[in-house]
Ligand binder design. Structure first.
Ligand code: ATP
Ligand code: FE
Length: 343
């Protein structure tokens, strides 16, 4: 069985083909960050225009891989139906449905956050869910969520950010430190040159009951310190980056540790762009290895940020579970992971 996946939820255009025997047989992403970085964030109108331009180039490449005797060897087309920017989602939805209609296959609506969550399966031989129940930490440009899953495809939200997402907070502080959007990766590189303990930032919400997050206070606190010092030396910026990165990782770690303990759960998936962070991966691996019988699931670094491989793979799982439709253009810009049905 072969599924073609299309990702256009934000500013990355992706196309991939996942085969249930051969695995990932095509996967390409065209990144637009250079275009948006001069504006300090994604400009929806520009993103949509770029998707329009890029998607046909990627599809032409992908379809060459699966065309035999003038027939496309595909069983269904999966695309990101939400959550995401309306103007970006509509490009993927339109092209996915048109293609599905023309080659007479069904479509699969994929939730972008479920796809992030399951992307750890892309570098495994067999595509299995962790034993239920498991906990998921979604850390990306638009989300900071702790979820719990007790059945295949069913998710309850345990905690959410009350204001900014962790990825957005990282990108804003990175920008103040002179790093182009999106700044997560380069902020982490800068932090490597800094010294621990030169600054001390508060870890937000760690003593609050429940599992919600808040990052806007931290963002204001760090912004004030940067502006007060008015120092653009590499050393100063690196020391700030170091403490900021440690604060973010510690905050996420403390919350997850508490959730694992209170909910008596032994398995944790961390997903989304921020899960590419080296310090986060190191500290979570260390924490999980010190608790007996606990298992951590992380995607390969290349699959942490937006890609269509995770859409094709999630599409395949949903397709096998009976979640497919006749081609029609459907988008769900505010689609929450807890609204998904089990399969
Ligand atoms: P969402 O998935 O919520 O819709 P998105 O798709 O825009 O949002 P992702 O592509 O999943 O977000 O993640 C992008 C975020 O990940 C950016 O904020 C980026 O700075 C951050 N990021 C990427 N690599 C790293 C890293 N190595 N360290 C920290 N943050 C990182
Ligand atoms: Fe994403």
């Amino acid at each position: 069985m072969r599924i073609l996946g299309i990702e256009t939820s934000c500013d990355d255009t992706g196309v991939a083909i996942y085969d249930d025997i051969d695995g990932l047989i095509f996967n390409k992403v065209i990144n637009q960050s250079k275009i948006h970085s001069r504006y300090g964030g994604v400009v929806p109108e520009l993103a949509a225009r770029q998707h329009n331009k890029n998607i046909t180039l990627l599809l032409q490449d992908a379809l060459k891989k699966v065309r035999y005797n003038s027939k496309y060897n595909l069983d269904a087309i999966a695309y990101t139906a939400g959550p995401g920017l309306i103007s970006s989602l509509i490009v993927g939805a339109t092209i996915a449905s048109s293609l599905a209609f023309s080659i007479n296959v069904p479509i699969i609506l994929v939730n972008h956050m479920e796809a992030h969550l399951l992307s750890y399966m892309l570098n495994r031989k067999s595509i299995n869910f962790p034993k239920f129940p498991f906990l998921g930490l979604l850390v990306s440009g638009g989300h900071t969520q702790l979820i719990i899953s007790e059945n295949k495809g069913e998710y309850k939200i345990l905690g959410n950010t009350l204001d900014d997402s962790v990825g957005d907070t990282i990108d804003k502080i990175a920008q103040l430190l002179g790093i182009n959007y999106p700044g997560g990766k380069n902020l982490s590189e800068l932090a490597k040159q800094g010294t621990s303990g030169k600054f001390v930032f508060p870890r937000p919400m760690i003593h609050h009951k429940g599992f919600n997050f808040s990052f806007s206070g931290l963002k204001t606190y760090v912004t004030r310190i940067i502006k007060k010092h008015n120092d653009y030396s590499l050393l100063f910026r690196a020391d700030i980056a170091k403490e900021f990165e440690e604060t973010i990782v510690d905050t996420l770690l403390i919350k997850c540790k508490k959730a694992l303990k209170l909910k008596k759960i032994k398995r944790l998936i961390i997903a989304g762009g921020v899960s590419a962070n080296h310090l986060l991966r190191y500290k979570f691996k260390k924490m999980m290895s010190t608790i007996q019988n606990h298992e951590l699931f992380l995607a390969d670094i290349n699959f942490c940020t937006d890609n269509a491989a995770m859409i094709a793979l999630t599409g395949m799982l949903r397709f096998k579970g009976g979640n497919f439709l006749e081609p029609k253009i459907v988008i769900k810009p505010s689609w929450i992971i807890s609204d998904l049905c089990k399969f």
